[in-house]
Design a binder for this molecule. Sequence first.
Ligand SMILES: [Zn+2]
Length: 461
Amino acid sequence: MEEDFGEWYRRMLSENMLVDDRYDVKGMLVYRGAGMRIIKQMSRYLEDLLEEDGHEPTLFPLLIPETLLDMEKEHIAGFEDEVYWVTHAGGNPVERRLALRPTSETCMYPMFALWTRTFADLPIKVHQTTTVYRNDTKQTRPLIRTREILWNEGHTAFATREEALQNIETITRIYTELITGLCCVPVQVNRRPDWDKFPGAEYTIAFDAIMPDGKTLQVATIHNLGQHFSNVFKIQFDDEGGNKKLAWQTSYGPGFGRLLASVVSVHGDGKGMVLPPRLASVQAVIIPIVFKDADKGKVTDYVQKVVEKLKSSGISYKVDDGDDRPGAKYYKWELRGVPVRLEVGPRDVEKDAVMVVRRDTGEKQSVKLKDLDLQKTFKGMEENIRSKARENFDSRIFTADTLADLEENLGEGIVTVSWCEKNECAKPLEEKGTILSILDDEGECIVCGKKGKQVRMAKTY
Ligand SMILES: [Zn+2]
């Protein structure tokens, strides 16, 4: 993994049957059972949090007429080169070209306008888990850079700017619970520079994870749309005094493919994946160890007792009683990242115990069946997986005072340097990496030495 992360990553995706990228359209993935199960855990968790916060689940159409997509100039300019168009229906050209949604602002907001009459109709908060389509011209990479993107997108309209800002705080908390809570992936929250914000937004906040090769991976974004779209699509309402006002809007989304890529990469090791227990669809694998036929009956009966115990504590499990040697089974389930392995042999039966092996630490412990509390084990594992990832993340945060320092550290993670915000000094910086965000703190430009701002930089996916 350390020698060739790219190769390790490809192996994980294919050997664990997470996705298959051999489908005959470039950049369009087949999500297989193992991958889709993890994504479903993520999406359910997120949807529950959003709905607790008052978001309505929705499903808007895939096709957006060109007339709507074109309405917000800045927005369409940002996506123009990436839009797929439907131009024919059967043998006939369509009356107006239809875009496959690259994102759903221009699809949803004309409907928001129809739904908004007075302040009492607000806020509108909706979300949908769906796919969007972007003909990304950079080299595609499974789960990380694809042309069909599986995500959850949230969209809102509020009566006041304050409510929109409050919503951004709430979504920041919800996304942190999803990414760093459920998935145990540490991130840095960065406000993107103006030139890198979402087309049509006032500003964009991004969640950046760091991959084992030192590159950052943007796993989610939140956009403050201000009144740009409500102005274009006429999302307006009568306030309490009967005055016409424009709504304040936000939109946001995490990409599930990228989240899965970060879970696989950030927690994985030389043996394979390490899944945080709440994400794993198989949380425990039971491996009966029988070398003599005479032991078979009592081990099988005892395994049934273990199964009952797991069932009663709500743990998803699998019994691997296939013909492979135990060693081959260990290898397979370790590769898949199953949180714990329970070994049951004749001696365990005699002791009324099971051998519990943790995937994250490799720790082995004989536990009496009556004392087996995997939920507690999982809690400890999750904390361990999260803090290990955090420690690694923290060790990849640098500051640099010279261009040479910057270059050296950029391959390892995120580097803070100072920049005078002038174009001629941006050039040597951007030859080395990408500016993730501009901070308020001051410093001396590492190119020209003049006064400037601190910026965070990284090599990015
Ligand atoms: Zn400068």
